[in-house]
Design a protein around this ligand. Structure first.
Ligand SMILES: C[S@@+](CC[C@H](N)C(=O)[O-])C[C@H]1O[C@@H](n2cnc3c(N)ncnc32)[C@H](O)[C@@H]1O
Length: 231
């Protein structure tokens, strides 16, 4: 007997994909996707090997692949639905954009010292145990390489972020529309900094970008860290 895990990202971005097939003109990190810093946070991208961790439909990755001159951007996502959507929307941008369907930790572990830049926009960094993902990310970066991620500064309910390495449970939907839950890592800034330090990162910086007005908005925690040079 085989059992399969339902794809809890089946519905995400589906409605937008029906009408909006364009590569976005801007790259945003914040929850509202309408303000804050842009790609300058990633450092130099010319000739860089880049991966988006939990890329979803790969809109951010498509922007980097077309508006900058990286060697390649890998859009990694474990959701078959998201990878299929990404391939449908932006598959034509190969080989500069590569859609990689699979678990981000396994992918990073198979790519030692392969990347100059890794990033996540409310992506896999929010949904994978950081004690597994962050060491794998450090190993997949070249010395001096950079990890940047945006994550929730607090839960969407307004509850504060965790003061310990603990995942909360958030609502999700199966492809059939059944309500369920999944883990999400919403951690205080000092917890992220400690985890990154333990994973071998250096030059760690974090900044909070405020929530926009309105319902279901959230402040964004934007974190940057580097793999030390010379190791
Ligand atoms: C909230 S969505 C964000 C997608 C995209 N970064 C964006 O801004 O639209 C989170 C994404 O992380 C992906 N994800 C979650 N866990 C993952 C894992 N272990 N490996 C790869 N991707 C994962 C999900 O499939 C989903 O597409």
């Amino acid at each position: 007997m085989t059992t399969s895990t339902p794809d809890l990202w089946h519905h995400y971005g589906r409605t937008r994909a029906e009408t909006d097939r364009d590569v976005p003109d801007s790259f945003y990190w914040t929850w509202g996707q309408d303000s804050g810093p842009g790609t300058e946070v990633l450092g130099g991208l010319d000739g860089a090997h880049v991966a988006d961790l939990g890329a979803g439909s790969a809109r951010h990755a498509a922007h980097l692949a077309t508006r900058h001159q990286p060697a390649r951007v890998d859009a990694v996502d474990s959701s078959p639905a998201q990878s299929a959507m990404a391939a449908d929307l932006f598959g034509h941008l190969a080989p500069c954009l590569r859609i990689v369907s699979g678990n981000v930790t396994a992918h990073l572990q198979s790519m030692p010292a392969a990347y100059d830049v890794l990033y996540s926009v409310f992506g896999a960094v929010d949904f994978v145990d950081p004690r597994e993902l962050l060491p794998a990310a450090a190993m997949a970066l070249r010395p001096g390489g950079r990890l940047v991620f945006s994550t929730l500064a607090h839960y969407l309910s307004g509850s504060p972020a965790q003061a310990d390495v603990v995942a909360g449970r958030i609502g999700a939907k199966t492809p059939d529309g059944e309500a369920t839950t999944m883990p999400r890592w919403v951690l205080e800034e000092h917890v992220w900094v400690k985890l990154l330090d333990q994973a071998g990162f250096t030059d760690i910086a974090a900044e909070v970008w405020p929530a926009a007005e309105g319902p279901r908005t959230a402040a964004t925690l934007l974190v940057t860290a580097h793999r030390p040079t010379g190791c």
